[in-house]
Design a protein around this ligand. Structure first.
Ligand code: IMP
Ligand code: MG
Length: 174
């Protein structure tokens, strides 16, 4: 293994912060049902932990888009690998992402999902790298952590499909 992983956010910190954000979301959606869209694969651990802590009714759907190759740089090309199972008409959609980097993936995703007639679309991310943003129009409603421009893994995030199962967020040191 050529790379090492240094702990950036320990598991307890991540879980504590997810509980806070879940409480905020539960307050904001009082009296409504949240249709959570998990962006695969990276968003899956965060989606589960978040959904478990939300106190209003939740329905779940999954989507997979690809914008990255095997390395660490965005290709700028986004394609739908797996589409949603359910229509979005009239639903209060909450997109759940692992990380927002350039914002290209989300800018594209929000555009297509808007055309399906949801009542509203909000965006929730575990991590944000604001310094890296190319698509400035992407507005994040809920962010667990803003982090510096470093390549991170764990809690769903991978490097070349490895490390998704780490229970903490770590920085890859090459
Ligand atoms: P964006 O389109 O540049 O915002 O990239 C978003 C996607 O790139 C995320 O959903 C991740 O899958 C991946 N990504 C961006 N930064 C990282 C990172 O630091 N570690 C692992 N994956 C990342
Ligand atoms: Mg992702």
């Amino acid at each position: 293994m050529a790379e090492k992983v240094r702990v950036l956010l320990p598991e307890e910190d991540v879980n504590k912060r997810i509980s806070e954000v879940a409480a905020q979301i539960s307050r904001d959606y009082e009296g409504k049902q949240i249709h959570m869209i998990c962006v695969l694969k990276g968003g899956v651990f965060f989606t589960c932990e978040l959904a478990k802590r939300i106190t209003v009714p939740v329905s779940l759907d999954f989507m997979s888009v690809s914008s990255y190759g095997a390395g660490t740089e965005s290709s700028g090309v986004v394609r739908i690998v797996k589409d949603l199972d359910e229509p979005l008409e009239g639903k209060d959609v909450l997109i759940v992402e692992d990380i927002i980097d350039s914002g290209r993936t989300l800018a594209y995703l929000i555009e297509i999902l808007k055309q399906r007639g949801p009542a509203g679309i909000r965006l929730c991310t575990l991590l944000d790298k604001p310094e890296r943003r190319v698509k400035k129009q992407v507005k994040v409603d809920y962010t667990c952590f803003s982090i510096p421009d470093e390549f991170v893994v764990g809690y769903g995030l991978d490097y070349d499909q490895k490390y998704r199962n780490l229970p903490y967020i770590g920085v890859v040191e090459f």
